[in-house]
Design a protein around this ligand. Structure first.
Ligand code: NDP
Length: 518
């Protein structure tokens, strides 16, 4: 057998034993001076960091983005500078509400986060598998998340709280419709799209600004589980996404997505019938068609999950020259709150961790000290620790400033100031569903709303009524059928009656291909 390397302390000294405590006599007691024992136990106590308040359960891969089409007329971002250009990417997909040990195949929105390690620093696309979100103002975000987490007394998830909140926020109905549709339980992240969701901006060499939406479309096709499928699956494994992703990579089946953008000239933002910076709205493809940009291929399982996925810190604040923000109120808030979450969760210098460390040729900043300052950052001259200085310390580069953006308006809180149409877009989505998709939508609601009080149900039906009377009637009927038979199992078109199936889960649970909506 080849010689094994010597085990050392974390300070680098050889360790005499990793099995036997240092004791006074064969029977003990243990001596305080057995510092390596204390160190080993103390480290174990520190092996967990606070889990993310949202998106705690996640799965990640490493891969490559390749430019396939020229979009330099819209952006001077270097990662898009030429066809064929490749950029390393780290992904993390996640559920929103479940804790770190939650089952993967639960009905929820999925996070779809990408970190592009560009030559100009990291660009993070912190998206979801849906193009819209539940609320359009960050004031509502903590309350919304409280409804998704555990009730303070029962310590259980509370459908009553979820639907009470949603019924009071009709802007939610677009996202809730997607959540309750087939796309609410993707088979795994390989079979779902990713959307930047917010409106971002790009600017080109000539200083022209465009508003932009990002769409990562799965090349594996959309596949989903019904509620009945997922119940069976979760009874067998809670880790189905991790298993599917890990095994796909080990088998050389590398998932791919095509990146498209929608592009809106800057002035158009004043003309659209919807606010193009409202996170509860899409831009119809008919108005702003998808423009192909490139291909994302994820091909590598991280060597160490904790180091690369748990420690990954994605934040919409990470932009690069040529890409920027928009007035979207939710985006503005996320620019602060994501980075702040990572400071709390990982520490002051979280961006120096391997998962987050930029691969740009230079990383020069004047941030100092704090916990885990494990980099020198003195630019070769210890006197240059402030700016401006008389030495060769780094200086800002005004050429990367984005073009000026005209902002008009009086300072106010505009929530109810104008009528917003929250129903046309979910109606367009509902009308795309086939009859089978609608039946599954209704039964998914019935399963979710089972424990909800009649008063809250009525308020939610009233919201659905404004989307489409048939939608409201379908959900009401499914809920009433559930109420009248407390033992009923929600009916899906794949599993006409699965009451007896519940005790006889099949060896495999088959995901369903999404039938094209039209
Ligand atoms: P289109 O017919 O051009 O696009 C419809 C979109 O709906 C496609 O992107 C399709 O995704 C997506 N879709 C299909 N089934 C579902 C589902 N169960 N949940 C979520 N999305 C689904 O129409 P419009 O652009 O005019 O949009 C009509 C409605 O479609 C919108 O109001 C919105 O609800 C929804 N939608 C629109 C998107 C957009 O950016 N315009 C993006 C996604 C949804 P895919 O391409 O993967 O098949």
């Amino acid at each position: 057998m080849a010689d094994k390397p010597t085990l050392t302390t974390s300070a680098g000294a050889p360790v005499p034993s990793n099995e036997h405590s240092l004791t006074a006599g064969q029977r003990g007691p243990v001596l305080m001076q057995d510092y390596q024992l204390l160190e080993k136990l103390a480290h174990q106590n520190r092996e967990r960091i606070p889990e993310r308040t949202v998106h705690a359960k996640g799965w990640g891969l490493q891969g490559t983005f390749t430019v396939t089409k020229d979009i330099t007329r819209y952006t001077c971002a270097k990662l898009f500078s030429e066809i064929g250009k490749k950029t390393e990417v780290l992904s993390r997909w996640s559920t929103v509400a479940g804790e770190a040990g939650a089952a993967d195949a639960e009905r929820d929105v999925r996070g779809f986060s990408l970190k592009f390690y560009t030559e100009d620093g990291n660009w993070d696309m912190v998206g979801n598998n849906t193009p819209v979100f539940f609320v359009r103002d960050a004031y509502k975000f903590p309350d919304f998340i409280h409804t998704q987490k555990r009730h303070p007394k029962t310590n259980l998830r509370s459908p009553e709280a979820m639907f009470d909140f949603w019924a009071a926020q009709p802007e939610c109905v677009h996202q809730v419709t997607i959540l309750m549709s087939d796309r609410g339980i993707p088979k795994n992240p390989m079979h779902m799209n990713g959307y930047g969701s917010h409106t971002f901006s790009m600017w080109n060499e000539a200083g022209e600004r465009f508003w932009v939406k990002f769409h990562f479309k799965t090349q594996q096709g959309h596949k989903f589980y019904t509620n009945a499928d997922s119940e069976k699956l979760i009874g067998k494994t809670r880790e189905s996404y991790q298993e599917d992703l890990y095994n796909a990579i080990e088998n050389g089946e590398f998932p791919k997505w095509t990146l498209f953008i929608q592009v809106m000239p800057e002035e158009d933002a004043l003309k659209t019938p919807y606010n193009p910076f409202d996170l509860t709205k899409v831009w119809p493809h008919g108005d702003y068609p998808l423009i192909e940009v490139g291909e994302l291929e994820m091909h590598t399982n991280p060597e160490n999950y904790f180091q690369m996925v748990e420690n990954a810190a994605f934040s919409p604040s990470n932009i690069v020259p040529g890409i920027s923000f928009s007035p979207d109120k939710m985006l503005q808030a996320r620019v602060f709150s994501y980075a702040d979450a990572h400071r709390y969760r990982l520490g002051t210098h979280y961006e120096a961790l391997p998962a987050n460390a930029p691969k740009a040729a230079q990383v020069n900043h004047y941030h100092k000290d704090g916990s885990m300052r494990f980099f020198t950052n003195d630019f070769g001259n210890p006197d240059a620790y402030y700016e401006p200085n008389q030495y060769e310390g780094p200086v800002a580069d005004a050429s990367v400033q984005e073009p000026p953006l005209r902002i008009d308006g009086d300072m106010n809180r505009y929530g109810n100031a104008q009528e917003v149409d929250d129903y046309t877009q979910p109606r367009a989505l509902y009308e795309m569903f086939s009859d089978e998709q609608k039946q599954r939508l209704y039964s998914n609601y019935a399963a979710a709303m089972g424990p909800v009080s009649q008063g809250v149900k009525e308020r939610w039906y009233a919201v659905l009524e404004k989307v489409h009377p048939e939608y409201a009637a379908g959900v009401r009927k499914a809920c009433e059928a559930m109420d009248s038979d407390v033992n009923a199992v929600p009916i899906t078109s794949e599993t006409p009656t699965d009451a007896e199936d519940r005790n006889t889960a099949p060896d495999t649970v088959k995901a369903h291909d999404e039938v094209p909506a039209k």
